[in-house]
Design a binder for this molecule. Structure first.
Ligand SMILES: Cc1cc2nc3c(=O)[nH]c(=O)nc-3n(C[C@H](O)[C@H](O)[C@H](O)COP(=O)(O)O)c2cc1C
Length: 273
C-alpha cells in the first residue's frame, strides 16, 4: 500500500514533507496555495512553492476561476519547479472560501471542476482533486461526490470521508468508499487512517494508496510504522525535524506548529472546526 502525506496548512513545508518522505511516505503535498495569489505574485504564496529537494511533492491549489488558472498555466514555467502532480482543493471548509464558490462548495459544481482540471492538465502533469463528501449532510445524502467522480476526468480522486460541516472528532464515514470505487475511478481514501488494520481494510477493497494527515502530524514516523517498522520516539523525531528545518527554512510559524503538535492531537480552527 502506498502512503501519501496530506496537504497540511501551516505544517507541510519542505522540511516536514522531507521528514515524512524519509520515514516512508511515498508522495507528499504542499498545503493549499491560492492560485489567484500566485498569479498576482504574492510573495508569501510564492514561498509555498518550496520544492527544494527530491522529495516527491504534489502542489495543492485552491482555484475557482478558469481564467486565473489559465494565467497560472502560462506563468508556471517561470516558477522553475518540477512537481510530481497537481491537486485541486475541493475540501476547504472555510466560510470565506465557500462564499466564493471554492473549496468544498466545488464538489457539486462538476462542470466547473472539469473545466479547471482540463486547464491544469495542459501542463502535462497528473491532476487529482481532493474532495469532501459535500458541503453539508444534505449534499452528502444526495451523493454529490458520486456525480463528481462520474463526470470529472481527473487522474485521481482523494476523498476525505466527511462533509464540510463535520468536526474532525466525528468519525470519517468509510462506508462511502465502496460506491466510490464502483465508479472505476482512481480513488485515494482519507480520514482517520491510523493503523495497519485500517490499511488492511482498504486493501481488501482493492485500494492501492491512502492519504494520512493528523497521524503524521502526531508522529511523522507513522509511515515507517504502517510499513511494518517502529514508531520512533518523539525526541528523536524532533531532532531529525529540526535538522531539516535548518536546511530547508520557512516561516517560523511552521516550526512552531510542528513542534507544538508532535506527540499530540493537531488542532486547527480552520481545518478541524
Ligand atoms: C493542521 C491541518 C491543516 C490542513 N490543511 C489542509 C490543506 O491545506 N489542504 C487540504 O486539502 N486539507 C487540509 N487539511 C485536511 C487534511 O489534509 C485531511 O484531509 C484531514 O486531516 C483528514 O485526514 P486525517 O484524518 O488523516 O487527518 C488540514 C488538516 C489539518 C489538521
Amino acid at each position: 500500500m502506498k502512503l501519501w502525506l496530506a496537504p497540511l496548512e501551516g505544517v507541510s513545508d519542505c522540511a516536514f514533507r522531507t521528514l515524512c518522505y524519509q520515514y516512508g511516505a511515498d508522495l507528499t503535498f504542499t498545503e493549499m496555495i491560492r492560485v489567484d495569489s500566485l498569479v498576482k505574485g504574492n510573495k508569501s504564496s510564492l514561498s509555498l512553492l518550496d520544492l527544494k529537494n527530491n522529495t516527491p511533492t504534489g502542489i495543492q491549489l485552491l482555484a475557482v476561476k478558469p481564467k486565473i488558472v489559465e494565467e497560472f498555466v502560462k506563468k508556471f514555467a517561470s516558477y522553475s519547479i518540477d512537481p510530481v502532480c497537481f491537486n485541486l482543493n475541493l475540501g476547504c471548509p472555510s466560510p470565506d472560501v465557500i462564499v466564493q464558490g471554492g473549496g468544498a462548495a466545488l464538489v457539486k459544481r462538476t462542470a466547473r471542476v472539469q473545466e479547471l482540471v482540463k486547464i491544469l492538465q495542459k501542463l502535462g502533469y497528473p491532476v487529482s482533486v481532493k474532495i469532501r463528501l459535500g458541503l453539508n449532510e444534505f449534499e452528502k445524502e444526495k451523493r454529490v461526490y458520486l456525480s463528481l467522480l462520474k463526470e470529472v476526468d481527473a487522474d485521481a480522486f482523494i476523498i476525505h470521508a466527511r462533509h464540510a460541516r463535520q468536526k474532525s472528532s466525528e468519525k470519517a464515514d468509510w462506508s462511502v468508499f465502496e460506491a466510490c470505487l464502483d465508479t472505476g475511478k482512481h480513488i485515494i481514501p482519507n480520514g482517520d487512517i491510523n493503523t495497519q488494520e485500517d490499511l488492511a481494510f482498504f486493501k481488501s477493497l482493492g485500494v492501492k494508496e491512502v492519504m494520512i494527515g493528523r497521524a503524521a502530524i502526531r508522529n511523522p514516523s507513522v509511515f515507517q510504522f504502517l510499513k511494518g517498522g517502529k514508531l520512533e520516539n518523539i525526541a528523536q523525531v524532533q531532532k531529525k525535524y529540526l535538522a531539516l528545518a535548518e536546511k530547508y527554512p520557512s516561516r517560523a510559524l511552521y516550526q512552531e506548529n510542528v513542534l507544538s503538535f508532535l506527540g499530540k492531537e493537531a488542532h486547527s480552527k480552520k481545518w478541524m472546526m
